[in-house]
Design a protein around this ligand. Structure first.
Ligand code: KG4
Length: 338
C-alpha cells in the first residue's frame, strides 16, 4: 500500500507545500515573499500575513501538480518550529483544519530535522540516499550546526555556533558592502571573480566543535573602516576580492570543525544542508574535502537548500511510518533544537 504525505512549510518567509508518495517527490511548490526586500530583512508581521494569502493556492497547486486528489492523502506534515511564531501559526492552523476535514492524521516536523532529512527526498527510485550514521553540516541564516545523524529520529548536535550563524556572517558583511538582503547569494556571485587571498580576516579559536562567526564580522568591519579612511571608493574598487576573501574565510572556519567532527566520529558520509549550502564555494570545498578523505558527500540540489516543504514531507513520511502522530492541541515552537 502506498503512503502519500502532504508537507507544509511556513516557518519564515517562504510558503511551501509538497507531496511525497513512498519517499518519491510528486510536487514541491514554493511562494517566496517579496514584501520584505525593501526592509532589508524579514518583517515577522508581514510574513504571517503573506503566508495567510499564499497558503490556500500553494497547497492547491501542490496537490494538482502531484496529479492526485486530496482524498488520496494519508497524512499532513507541517513545520512546528523553530521559526517565526506568527508564520508557524498559519501552517499549523491550516494543517489542523485540513487534517480534521479529511480525517487523516497530522505529523509535526522540526524544521531542522527537515533540512537534515532533505537528502532522503528522491525524484527517482534509483536516487541514492545517505547511510546512517552520517554527519550533517547544517548552515543557514539562523543555524550553524554539526549534527551526528544516527537515524531519522536520532540526531545529536556535536557543535554549533556560539554567536552568529554562517548565513548571518554572509548577510551582515554583505550589508556593510551595500549589497541587498539576503547578501549570501550576492557574495557567492561576486566571489567567483575575486582574489580570495587578497584580504585576511580573523578566524576564531574556539575549543571543541562549536563555531563562532562574530569575530570574523568585526574583523571585516575594521578592515573596511580603516581602508575607507584612505580610499572612499575602497568597497567599489575591491568588491569581488572582498567577497572572495570573506567567503574563503567562512569556508575555512566551516571545514576546520567539520574535519574535527569527522575524525571524532569516524563517519564515512558527510552531508550539508540549509541556505548556505547553496553557496558554490562551500559546495565545492565539501565535495573536494570528501574526495580527499574517501568520504561519500551528499550535496543537496539547490532547490532543497532553502526552506521548502519537500523536506517537511519526507521527514513527516518517516514519522508517519513509525506512527508518530501529532495531537490537535499542538502549538508551534519559536525555538527548538535538534
Ligand atoms: O535556510 P535558509 O533559507 O533560512 C534561514 O535560516 O533563514 O538560509 C538563508 C541563508 C541566508 O543567510 C542567505 O544569505 C544564505 O542562506 N544563502 C547563501 C546563499 N544562498 C542563500 N549564502 C551564501 N551563498 C549562497 N549562494
Amino acid at each position: 500500500m502506498s503512503i502519500t504525505i502532504l508537507g507544509i512549510e511556513s516557518s519564515c518567509d517562504d510558503t511551501s507545500a509538497a507531496v511525497i508518495r513512498d519517499g518519491l517527490l510528486l510536487s514541491n511548490v514554493i511562494a517566496s515573499q517579496k514584501v520584505h526586500e525593501e526592509f532589508g530583512g524579514v518583517v515577522p508581521e508581514l510574513a504571517s500575513r503573506a503566508h495567510q494569502q499564499n497558503i490556500v493556492p500553494v497547497v492547491d497547486t501542490a496537490i494538482k501538480r502531484a496529479g492526485i486528489d486530496k482524498s488520496e492523502l494519508d497524512a499532513i506534515a507541517f513545520t512546528r518550529g523553530p521559526g517565526l511564531l506568527g508564520s508557524l501559526l498559519v501552517g499549523t492552523s491550516f494543517a489542523k483544519g485540513m487534517s480534521l476535514g479529511l480525517r487523516i492524521p497530522m505529523v509535526d516536523v522540526n524544521h531542522l530535522h527537515g533540512h537534515v532529512l532533505s537528502h532522503f527526498i528522491r525524484k527517482d527510485a534509483a536516487d541514492k540516499v545517505p547511510e546512517y550514521p552520517f554527519l550533517c553540516l547544517l548552515i543557514s541564516g539562523g543555524n550553524s550546526q554539526l549534527i551526528l545523524v544516527r537515524d531519522f529520529n536520532d540526531m545529536e548536535v556535536l557543535g554549533q555556533t556560539i554567536d552568529d550563524a554562517a548565513g548571518e556572517a554572509f548577510d551582515k558583511c554583505a550589508k556593510v558592502m551595500g549589497l541587498p538582503y539576503p547578501g549570501g547569494p550576492h557574495i557567492d556571485r561576486l566571489a567567483a571573480e575575486g582574489n580570495a587571498e587578497k584580504f585576511k580576516f580573523a578566524k576564531p579559536h574556539i575549543a571543541g566543535l562549536d563555531y563562532s562567526f562574530s569575530g570574523l564580522k568585526t574583523s571585516f568591519l575594521y578592515t573596511l573602516r580603516d581602508a575607507l579612511r584612505n580610499d572612499p571608493e575602497f568597497i567599489e574598487n575591491n568588491r569581488a576580492d572582498l567577497a572572495a576573501s570573506l567567503q574563503k574565510t567562512i569556508i575555512d572556519i566551516l571545514l576546520d570543525k567539520l574535519h574535527k567532527a569527522v575524525k571524532a566520529t569516524g563517519v564515512k558520509t558527510v552531508a550539508i544542508g540549509g541556505g548556505v549550502s547553496a553557496n558554490s564555494g562551500v559546495r565545492k570545498a565539501v565535495a573536494d574535502y570528501c574526495e580527499r578523505h574517501n568520504l561519500t558527500a551528499f550535496i543537496p540540489e539547490r532547490s532543497f537548500t532553502t526552506d521548502n516543504a519537500a523536506m517537511v514531507a519526507i521527514a513527516g513520511y518517516y514519522k508517519y511510518l513509525s506512527k508518530d502522530f501529532c495531537p490537535y492541541d499542538a502549538a508551534p515552537f519559536a525555538r527548538v533544537t535538534v
